[in-house]
Design a protein around this ligand. Structure first.
Ligand SMILES: [Zn+2]
Length: 433
């Protein structure tokens, strides 16, 4: 099994130069969207000679796919093996078609990710994420584990009693879950007197919300989970549109990319390429995709990249944790932050039942935040505690209102929203999340 684990930086560059040229040619020849785009801007595939000419390629946004979804399809319809979609939290979902080769690529990407986390043949994994409803991550994890020779208990979303019952009977080495599920499990265990040793997890592979801060140490969510289960979490980041994921190795120093599957860029607000360590939008060019290739896809996710070798010895580019969504960026009294930072700061406070963060533009034409907290506590000490914590963790002192949790619940689902509106952005004419 050839592995990118030990590829030198020189080898990675050589492989990526070649794959970028191939991807560009393929997109131009097979994708009606890119053929038109290249022709519109007068770009020829032959202009792309390798990584050095990456920035000549046009950027692709989620809106581009939303508006032109099926013109990205680059194979005859009969070659589609599976259609997946994004969850549609920001506007209409986009559909992504995968060929059978793309499914193999997906499995291969995930096999590598699990191997970086030290998972190997014979390891039993409890898969608690959904494998249906057009959701790509579930099948990616499933097929990656199978390809690695591990054994999968494909339970998906079930009630917590069923999960714990199975875990006690089968004794898996690890679990794949979203962080909020592990918090739910931890709280249930505390209430029921179950200790982590009874479950025996050696690894927890987390998908979705980040459990690390920009300094790569645990955020409140990570602390909450690891205080119960031990320091056994591996954070991952996956993106449906690019059909790939990034993962932590045992050093937990950011999320490794797999060089043969993706090129990583970080762009400024004005779409300039940023150097290592600078925070901006994650832009990905997935490699070796046949069904719906994408060039320089703007993920909308905010992070930074690290190109120096990891302490594990691998040379693949790593990204930091996802710090927020680009369109949710706030600038409060000169401090840049994302609602996620505030959410993370609030996680560790047990008297908070629910909350809503509202942003608006004040009379001074700058961003302001109102934090509405649902709690049965409404004393001065509580408000001081909240203010101190937000100052320390998020470097802001928002206006704080304490309400009854039922009041906040009404706000969260205002207008019949099916998804809780945790961040209400009144800076925009209309908001979607
Ligand atoms: Zn590493």
């Amino acid at each position: 099994m050839n592995s990118s684990n030990t590829l030198s930086t020189h080898d990675i560059t050589r492989i990526q130069d070649k794959l970028l040229v191939e991807t560009t040619n393929y997109a131009y020849e097979h994708s009606p969207y890119y053929k038109r785009k290249f022709d519109d801007i007068g770009l020829l595939p032959s202009h792309i000679k390798g990584l050095g000419s990456l920035d000549l390629l046009p950027l692709t946004s989620r809106e581009d796919i939303q508006e032109n979804n099926w013109t990205f399809l680059s194979v005859p319809q009969q070659d589609i093996a599976e259609i997946v979609s994004t969850t549609g939290t920001t506007g209409d979902p986009v559909f992504i078609a995968l060929t059978s080769n793309d499914l193999k690529r997906l499995a291969s990407n995930e096999r590598k990710s699990f191997s970086y986390a030290g998972v190997g043949k014979g390891d039993v994994f409890h898969l608690s994420v959904t494998c249906d409803n057009l959701f790509i991550a579930g099948i990616a994890y499933y097929s990656g584990l199978v390809e690695l020779g591990a054994s999968v208990v494909r339970i998906g979303p079930q009630n917590i009693v069923r999960h714990l019952d199975l875990i006690k009977k089968i004794k898996p080495v690890g679990i794949v879950a979203v962080p909020s599920f592990m918090v739910h499990m931890a709280r249930f265990m505390i209430d029921s007197g179950i200790i982590a040793d009874e479950l025996g997890f050696k690894k927890i592979v987390l998908i979705g919300d980040s459990i690390r801060d920009a300094d790569l140490k645990n955020n409140a969510l990570g602390n909450l989970i690891e205080s119960i289960f031990g320091n056994i979490c591996y954070s991952t980041y996956g993106i449906t549109e690019a059909q790939l994921s990034f993962c932590e190795c045992h050093m937990h120093l950011g999320l490794h990319s797999h060089p043969e599957f993706v090129l990583v860029e970080i762009l400024s607000d004005n779409d300039f390429v940023l150097p290592d360590g600078e925070i901006g939008e994650l832009v990905l060019t997935p490699l070796q995709i046949k069904g719906m290739p994408l060039l320089r896809y703007k993920t909308g996710d905010i992070t930074f990249k690290m190109s120096e070798p990891c302490q594990c010895g691998r040379n693949s580019v790593r990204i930091g944790p996802i710090l927020g969504r680009k369109h949710q960026k706030l600038k409060v009294k000169g401090v840049t932050l994302y609602p996620k930072t505030i959410e993370n700061a609030l996680l560790g406070i047990k008297d908070i039942v629910n909350y809503q963060i509202e942003a608006f533009i004040g009379d001074d034409r700058t961003d302001h935040i109102v934090l509405r907290v649902g709690s049965c506590r409404n004393d001065n000490d509580f408000i001081i505690l909240l203010k101190d914590l937000l100052k320390a963790k998020a470097r802001v002192t928002p206006q704080i209102e304490i309400n009854h949790p039922e009041e906040i619940e009404k706000r969260l689902f205002e207008g019949g929203s099916r998804k809780a509106i945790i961040f209400k952005d009144r800076r925009l004419k209309s908001y979607e999340e």
